[in-house]
Design a protein around this ligand. Sequence first.
Ligand SMILES: N[C@H](CCC[C@H](N)C(=O)O)C(=O)O
Length: 274
Amino acid sequence: MQLKFFKMTGAGNDFIMFDNRSGKIKDPVDLARYVCDRHFGVGADGIILIEKSELADFKMVYFNSDGSFGGMCGNGGRCIAKLAYQLGLVDRKMKFEANGKIYKAEILDHENVRLWLPMPKFKKFNLPLKLGKRIYKAHFVDTGAPHLVLFTEDNDIEDIEQINVNQLGRKLRFHPYFENGTNVNFVSIIDKDTIRMRTYERGVEGETLACGTGSVASVITSVEVKGLKPLVKVKTTSGETLLVNYRNKGERGFVYLEGSAKIICEGKLTYHDK
Ligand SMILES: N[C@H](CCC[C@H](N)C(=O)O)C(=O)O
């Protein structure tokens, strides 16, 4: 069959997007593995399907490039909001459902999208993680995707740019403490409202150029544990900056992620469903 697709990037985290409101994509796992391959497919970190929702304007269904179900994706969430707007499905402000939760998004201008996330319920700060002979000082926040956060300054890492993210990230990603694995973020504090972050992503099994839910987890941890002051700028590996605003004030609390979301191209994919 032929499937119309859009290739998008959210600050360097790239996705192949499909409108699946008709339900014609039946095997997204196989499709994700095929289309995300950078040499035999189109190439991306994951696929995202727009589907119908009973609860919101539409539903976002996200799979990593290895075909695993991704739950939520912050950069992908900004991309799907942009696409839904471009396709005329929604106005500038919208609500969508992803993995059972409701997200709000707003198209800010031709480039930037703001995405509000539900307040993370599951956080565990100051989590010692033993790996071989070393104990890493880590923190964990579930922002719709599971995220481990390690500050370089607490783990005797001098230069974040020198970390072998694919090697160390991979070891922590498969740490037996996490039943379903975890994404791993390395964070250096630059000043009271800026961090540099590098992420090893579960399901891509390598460093990605930016990670939205990881940025949110890293900023929440930076504010709660290190006293950073929102709005916090997150310098990603792509060179783009993501913004995270966060107030932890009970009923009035909120957290949002802001950054670019762009359509790179659209096309038709020839695909044989297995
Ligand atoms: N890149 C995504 C996170 C993906 C999480 C996914 N890799 C998983 O938990 O399986 C983001 O921008 O939020």
